[in-house]
Design a protein around this ligand. Structure first.
Ligand code: SAM
Ligand code: SF4
Length: 475
């Protein structure tokens, strides 16, 4: 054991696969020819993942007309691969004690203004009841990094969350965003029935990583963190999420870092990440960051569109850090999941009012609208909000998920499941206005569906949900 704890257990043949000099060199090239950009776009429209060099071609394109073509292609690819579903979840912060000192985060140990709190079992139950009472089915549990939040503790929290039932309410999928674990730790949390385990590298740029994560902290170990999800894979968690905190360094570099990471997992384990998150740095209590690399909205849109094209089968998560207007504008660019009705103060779902309290949260959220309002907006814009959890519960994860991520899968499984979960929401939780909008969307979607066995079965299930207590009817 070192002073920083036991950080020695890496994956087999663990390597630092991020070569800063090579990524920087790729980005330094001249602006690509229009024909080359169009070739790369055409490749991704045929649903092939892009190489790092091809991704850089899109990132190096500043020409307005070509950037518009990238946006259009991202919209088209999203429609082709994911249809018009948007999966909804909520974050649940369980503890903000932290031994790290990440300069951008209000939970960092040197922030004396932070109100420290870890929810007990009863408090977790209250938060989950509040979330179920508004219709949530999928949560991500978030933790600071602290010895008390070990794998056993996380697993116990997961079991508590799954055990809470109110009326037709239940949480059917619990994802985790917590510190990297060792192999044994991942086995313990897997046993508790988790969905995705997320660890964000924050920035792939070594020098910047070292600047924002002090060396005497656990998080300051670049390789241990980069290797986090390799260990998860080896321990049997084949459903992992990577992410970058955008605004710490040049967005193009970190975009290439994310693609390198995705390709690394795909090559080494035959399974890429299930999701990629790309949070933008937000104001946080006592945080003063170097503003040089903050991303404006236009570049943020470019980032999302290019990610969509680079990794066609990886889910993209857009969080409530962003403001409602921007969320609405970029939804069509390739985002597949959003959080909604989110509060990130500890205990926020029962205790927070309309205003946010910076001393009680990790950073400021841009969108704290209630779930019902966000669902109404999605439905009105022609998206099907989905609370579907079928794949993970039927073992369609990792390699199997990749197999299923083929033409026709979405139509056969995802869209019908999105409609049954929307019907559940509509019957059990929606306001009258949202009910009316959802009813119309479900009718329109059914009318557009080709006749056949799936449609007949789906109509039966929708009817059962509407007229009986039957729930959780997934394909
Ligand atoms: N503490 C664990 C860790 O750092 O890996 C769990 C995750 S932390 C609670 C959740 C994520 O919030 C971090 O990975 C980081 O990307 C993000 N975050 C931290 N400070 C932020 C800020 N000021 N603005 C936006 N996102 C931030
Ligand atoms: Fe702690 Fe995570 Fe915040 Fe870093 S980002 S200070 S590890 S909670």
């Amino acid at each position: 054991m070192t002073a920083l704890g036991k950080l020695t257990s890496l994956s087999k043949n663990a390597t630092d696969f991020i070569d800063d000099a090579s990524l920087t060199a790729i980005l330094k090239g001249p602006a690509p020819e229009a024909a080359r950009v169009r070739d790369v776009i055409a490749k991704s429209l045929s649903k092939e993942a892009l190489s790092v060099e091809e991704t850089a071609v899109l990132a190096n394109t500043d020409d307005d007309e070509l950037v518009e073509e990238i946006f259009d292609a991202a919209r088209e690819l999203k429609r082709k691969v994911y249809g018009n579903r948007i999966v909804l979840f909520a974050p649940l912060y369980l503890g903000n004690d932290c031994v790290n000192d990440c300069v951008y985060c209000a939970f960092r140990r040197s922030n004396k203004d932070a109100v420290r709190r870890t929810l007990n079992t009863q408090e977790i139950r209250h938060q989950v009841e509040a979330l179920e009472n508004v219709g949530h089915k999928r949560l991500i549990l978030v933790f600071g990094e602290h010895p008390r939040y070990d794998a056993e503790f996380i697993a116990e929290c997961v079991r508590t969350v799954y055990s809470v039932r109110v009326g037709h309410g239940e949480i059917r999928r619990v994802n985790i965003n917590a510190a990297p674990l060792d192999h044994e730790g991942y086995r313990i949390v897997k046993e508790a029935g988790i969905g995705t385990y997320q660890v964000f590298q924050e920035t792939y740029h070594h020098e910047t990583f070292a600047k924002v994560h002090p060396a005497d902290t656990r998080k300051g170990n670049y390789l241990y963190r980069l290797d986090a999800l390799d260990r998860a894979m080896e321990a049997g968690i084949d459903d992992v999420g990577i992410g970058g905190l955008f605004g710490l360094y040049d967005w193009r570099f970190d975009l290439l870092g994310l693609v390198t990471h995705a390709l690394h997992l795909q090559t080494k384990y035959g399974v890429g990440p299930h999701t990629i998150s790309f949070p933008r740095l937000q104001p946080a209590s006592g945080v003063h960051v170097d503003e040089r690399y903050l991303l404006d909205d236009h570049d943020f849109k470019r980032l999302i569109a290019i990610l969509r094209l680079a990794v066609p089968y990886t889910g993209l998560i857009l969080t409530a850090r962003e403001h409602p207007d921007l969320r609405r504008a970029v939804m069509g660019f390739g985002v597949s999941q959003i959080d909604a009705g989110s509060r990130i103060e500890l205990g926020g779902y029962t205790e927070a009012g309309d205003a946010q309290c910076m001393e009680r949260e990790q950073f400021k959220l841009g969108d704290i609208r209630p779930l019902d309002q966000i669902i109404r907006e999605l439905v009105t814009d022609g998206y099907i909000p989905s609370f579907c959890t079928a794949c993970y519960r039927l073992g369609r994860t990792g390699e199997h998920f990749m197999e299923f991520a083929i033409p026709g899968f979405i139509k056969r499984f995802c869209s019908p499941n999105a409609l049954t979960t929307l019907m559940e929401y509509m019957v059990d939780y929606a306001s009258p206005e949202t009910q009316a909008a959802a009813e119309k969307l479900i009718a329109d979607e059914l009318a557009a569906m080709p006749d056949g066995k799936i449609k007949i079965e789906l109509i039966d299930r929708l009817h059962a949900i509407k007229t009986t207590g039957d729930r959780d009817l997934y394909f």
